[in-house]
Write a protein that binds this ligand. Structure first.
Ligand code: G3I
Length: 348
């Protein structure tokens, strides 16, 4: 009987639509990748299920541009080649972010902090070099990432880019990007976009850009959510509010943690157990179903959905917000098999 049960569950899985089949009339469904995902069973799963990939780290300023006159193209090239070879779209991530910036970026040759003009020059050079290399091969870019703080009154995060250049660094980044590849869709990308206060600040930021005719085409809702958030109303409010500005919306870094959401790293407590109960699994399935029902409802506005990592075997959430607490945030389990949540996403 057990063998029969197993046989039935395999037949069910084989009969299921893949993500890319189920969503072919809606939007590309993508996944964040590292070069290690591009061979073996993960590569097969990616080719079978996804129609878009995003480099998880390889195109960030630090990894790709570690020294002023040296680029490290290897990992990013491998990801773009994998996309080209397999007919998979590539999303670029990310041209300007306060995190993972190499130290040299803000310091000149005499060890002083760079001036506003020098920093704008470096930003322009960086964006120009990276986008020129992949011109025509990357259909959308996260141009500026996480420029808005979670708390406080200011719209702008007090990053070095902001402190040295002022809010204009955002506009400039979009202009530099558009000048290099006018076909690429350019996004502002952030997390915690369903918090009322942060949504409003992001709205103000992108509205200012639109009012000035800055070439911005969309907002990326990162989608680092959990089984407890967001509500459908909160999500719809974000989608509608950005769509009202004439912007596309992409969900750029989707995962649904089984733990309450925390946005700051912290020390591990004794109560932080790595658990995945049946109740969590059910709640996660219902949550994923609600999310994708909502994304489909906004077909035309939602122009892409990308998962942040391939399967529960390994995800950035295994080490965030606390080190070594395993999370189970994705649609594929630790053996690359579709989870219950997958069914609710592909069957509609
Ligand atoms: O590459 C080095 C390796 O040489 C070194 O030995 C190792 C030791 O710690 O670190 C490796 O770098 C790590 C890198 O991932 C590549 O694995 C960094 O420590 C680690 O901090 C980095 O984490 C990434 C994180 O961004 C950085 O803030 C995660 O993989 C990545 O998933 C995460 O992605 C971000 C998005 O870009 C923006 N939105 C939030 C999202 C989650 O934080």
């Amino acid at each position: 009987m057990a063998v029969l049960g197993l046989l039935f569950s395999w037949t069910d899985l084989l009969a299921q639509k893949t993500l890319k089949e189920a969503y072919k009339d809606y939007f590309p469904v993508g996944v964040a990748v590292a070069p290690r995902n591009l061979s073996g069973p993960e590569a097969e799963l990616i080719k079978q299920q996804f129609i878009s990939i995003t480099p998880e780290n390889a195109m960030k300023m630090g990894p790709i541009h570690p020294e002023e006159n040296r680029y490290n193209w290897q990992d990013a090239d491998a990801i773009v080649e994998f996309g080209q070879k397999n007919g998979i779209l590539v999303r670029g991530h990310t041209l300007c972010w306060h995190s993972q910036v190499p130290n040299w970026f803000f310091t000149n040759s005499s060890g002083q902090q760079v001036t506003r003009e020098e920093l704008l020059g470096r930003l322009k050079q960086h964006i120009t070099d990276v986008m020129t290399r992949y011109k025509g091969k990357i259909y959308a870019w996260d141009v500026v990432n996480e420029a808005v703080p979670d708390t406080g009154k200011s719209i702008y995060r007090q990053s070095k880019f902001y402190q040295i250049i002022g809010e204009e660094y955002i506009q400039k980044a979009f202009e530099y990007a558009h000048a290099i590849d006018p076909q690429a869709k350019l996004f502002y990308n952030d997390y915690n976009t369903e918090s009322a206060a942060k949504r409003e600040k992001i709205y103000q930021l992108v509205k200012k850009l639109k009012d000035k005719n800055v070439p911005i085409h969309g907002v990326g809702l990162q989608g680092h959510w959990s089984i407890y958030e967001p509500t459908q109303q909160e999500l719809e409010k974000s989608i509608r509010q950005f769509a009202d500005l004439g912007l596309a919306v992409q969900v750029t870094e989707l995962d649904v943690s089984v733990y309450p959401k925390e946005h700051e790293r912290r020390a591990r407590k004794d109560t932080d157990q790595s658990i995945y109960t049946d109740e969590m699994m059910q709640k996660q399935s219902a949550h994923y179903k609600m999310l994708f029902d909502t994304f489909r409802k906004y077909k035309g506005t939602v122009t892409g959905v990308t998962f942040w990592n391939v399967s529960d075997r390994s995800s950035w959430l295994d080490n965030f917000p606390v080190s070594n607490r395993k999370d189970y945030p994705l649609l594929f389990d630790q053996h690359y098999q579709p989870k219950k949540a997958f069914e609710g996403v592909v069957n509609f």
